[in-house]
Design a protein around this ligand. Structure first.
Ligand code: AGP
Length: 613
């Protein structure tokens, strides 16, 4: 996960920036860098690897200045090496930028800039930003305007911080979408900027959080906010308690809400370093797999509990459709006692956020004792499920604190997709054209998630309408059936409202008897191969007097004729649609629980890590 820290004031900025970056170190690193303005010119130090490498470099060749910006990177475009590390400097050496997010149209922009004579020094998408700022500045704009013009040319979600020796008294920061936050810390005669509050908390308790489509011009004595069209914005300064846990919550009321909003970033990080969009390939080094071993795999058994099990159900469909490997999903608490038939050509794949769930670990042991290959897809680094596996795909979501799992649900959905493409490629069961298509479909996912998050006010409205219900039925088919299960689980665990997830085609075999106006039906009906079937299910539910809440794809013309209660989601390739349809259901559960005044992050009777049987 990328981190940003910036400083402007009378102190030496380098140690402040390095300390701030250290606060974000738990997120992991593949390179880091710092740029300061020293006597009118920009000095940069960057290095690959952990922050300690950069610290050693700065010790050997110190740099000093009262204004500076720094960054830690998880590679998205280009290898994790020095050349691709941030900050990125323009051709004249007068502009420098650090960035979180992905410039989705960077290839096109890069081509245009190269045609105009720009020489690129890195393979990153970020470098296009600094060249654009430089170009607009050269055509007469000031720094603030040049950043604004740049934002109007780049697509995707971004957190950006820019500094220039041409205007050495300021830092310009901007946030578009949800590629991580931008927070400004206010000091006396000094100000700070960061992607995350903990990075600057040792210096100030006063913070301003940028919303999407906002910019800030930060000098040592002043901060101005404007939208990205340049209209000034009044802001409120938030006082942050010295409670590190509360501080971690930043602008959000609950960890769950924060974690829901972190998904643009966590999904970007999930793709980082594993997907080569230019070559249309996925590589999962951590699995330590080669062609020979991959070809031996005859069967995969995904084992997990709760939310992780729902991710496994989506994984089954992806592994079978893409890699053509027979796959089953086994609830870990059952599998451990099932005396399963396993052999060395079978993979037992455990999915677990904590990596410490007792049932999941026991299921893995069962796999081990019967000679199966053991893989895990785990978030908590160093956990048991990570350690005992022969190969691991680590989730790239950072700590998940809310008991109701959100970002550690969507990450394994992408992990399973990556695994399926990787296995299909190694074992030769996919054409290069199909592989390119599947890989390129991944590129837009973080920003589609961002679009769903931007629609939170619509979800809140429906949460207000349905918050006093006692029961809800969630229906889905095909790849979105597990999302019905997951949506229902989210609602019941934090709001204590009884909710059932059901395969929609099964409704007529029993649950239809329950439907009346006190039993709303949440119907997942995006434009996927099961869409027509879902429309009939919605009609059946409505014919019984049920109130339907539909998850529908933008532009759908049938569903608005059936119901007014719609969570609109952007169009998505169907195999990736569960990542997108999950978002409104997470927000729906969150807002209902929050409106009911419940303890969202620590719901009754539950634990984050279930280490008992
Ligand atoms: C998720 O919201 C639940 N709290 C729960 O179902 C959880 O997913 C399950 O206990 C498995 O946990 P794990 O991913 O840490 O193994």
């Amino acid at each position: 996960m990328c981190g940003i820290v910036g400083y402007i004031g009378d102190r030496d900025s380098t140690p402040i920036i390095l300390n701030g970056l250290k606060r974000l170190e738990y997120r992991g690193y593949d390179s880091a860098g710092v740029a300061v303005l020293d006597n009118g010119s920009i000095e940069i130090r960057r290095d690959a690897g952990k922050l300690s490498h950069l610290e050693a470099l700065v010790n050997d060749t110190p740099l000093h200045g009262k204004i500076g910006i720094g960054h830690t990177r998880w590679a998205t475009h280009g290898e994790p090496n020095i050349r691709n590390a941030h900050p990125h400097i323009g051709s004249t050496g007068e502009f420098v930028v650090v960035h979180n997010g992905i410039v989705e149209n960077y290839l096109e922009l890069r081509e245009e800039l190269v045609a105009e004579g720009t020489v690129f020094k890195s393979e990153t998408d970020t470098e296009t930003i600094v060249h654009l700022v430089e170009k607009f500045y050269a055509s007469g704009s000031n720094l603030e305007e040049a950043v604004r013009q740049t934002l109007s040319h780049i697509r995707g979600a971004h957190g950006i911080v820019v500094m220039s020796s041409r205007e050495p008294d300021k830092i310009v920061a901007a946030r578009v979408g949800n590629a991580g936050g931008v927070v400004i810390g206010l000091g006396k005669g000094e100000n700070f900027v960061a992607s995350d509050l903990p990075a600057i908390l040792e210096h100030t308790r006063k913070a301003i959080f940028l919303e999407s489509h906002q910019m800030a011009v930060i000098t040592k004595d002043d901060v101005r906010l404007m939208d990205i069209k340049g209209t000034p914005i009044a802001f409120t300064v938030q006082k942050i308690a010295w409670d590190p846990v509360a501080a971690e919550k930043g602008e959000y009321r609950h960890f769950m809400q924060k974690e829901i909003h972190e998904q643009v970033r966590s999904l970007t990080d999930t793709l980082a370093g594993r997907v080569d969009f230019d070559k249309g390939r996925v590589v999962l080094h951590e699995l330590k797999l080669d062609v020979e071993r991959a070809k031996k795999i005859k069967r995969i058994i995904i084992t997990a509990c709760g939310t992780a099990g729902h991710a496994g159900m989506v994984g089954k469909i992806l592994l079978e459709r893409i890699a053509r490997i027979p796959t089953e999903v086994a609830i870990a608490s059952e599998f451990r006692y099932a005396d399963p038939l396993l052999d060395e050509d079978t993979v037992v794949l455990a999915i677990s956020q904590s990596g410490e769930t007792a049932d999941t670990l026991a299921a893995m042991e069962e796999g081990r004792s019967k000679g199966a290959m053991l893989w895990s897809n785990v978030n908590a680094i160093g956990s048991q499920a990570m350690r005992i596996a022969d190969g691991c795909i680590s989730m790239q979501v950072g700590p998940e604190i809310g008991v109701a799992s959100t970002k550690a649900f969507t990450a394994p959905l992408l992990d399973m997709y990556l695994l399926a493409v990787y296995l299909a490629d190694l074992s030769g069961t996919i054409s290069p054209e199909k592989r390119f298509e599947l890989v390129s479909d991944l590129a837009g996912i973080p920003s589609l998630v961002g679009q769903c998050l931007d629609r939170e006010p619509d979800v809140l409205r429906l949460a207000q309408k349905f918050k006093n219900m006692n029961h809800m039925l969630y229906l889905g088919r095909g790849i979105n059936m597990p999302i019905a299960y997951e949506g229902a689980l989210k609602l019941k665990e934090i709001s204590y409202i009884h909710a059932e997830g059901y395969p929609a085609g099964e409704m007529k075999h029993g649950p239809i008897a329950l439907i009346d106006r006190n039993m709303p039906v949440v119907a997942l009906a995006p434009k996927d191969p099961w869409y027509d079937k879902m429309i009939s299910q919605i009609e059946q539910a409505m014919a019984r007097g049920g109130e339907v809440i539909a998850v529908a794809t933008d532009g759908d013309t049938l569903i608005p004729d059936l119901t007014d209660n719609i969570f609109w989601v952007p169009e998505t390739p169907w195999m990736l649609s569960p990542v997108i349809t999950s978002i409104p259901l997470q927000l729906f559960a969150y807002h209902i629980a929050s409106l009911l005044g419940l303890d969202v992050d620590q719901p009754r009777n539950l634990a984050k890590s279930v280490t008992v049987e």
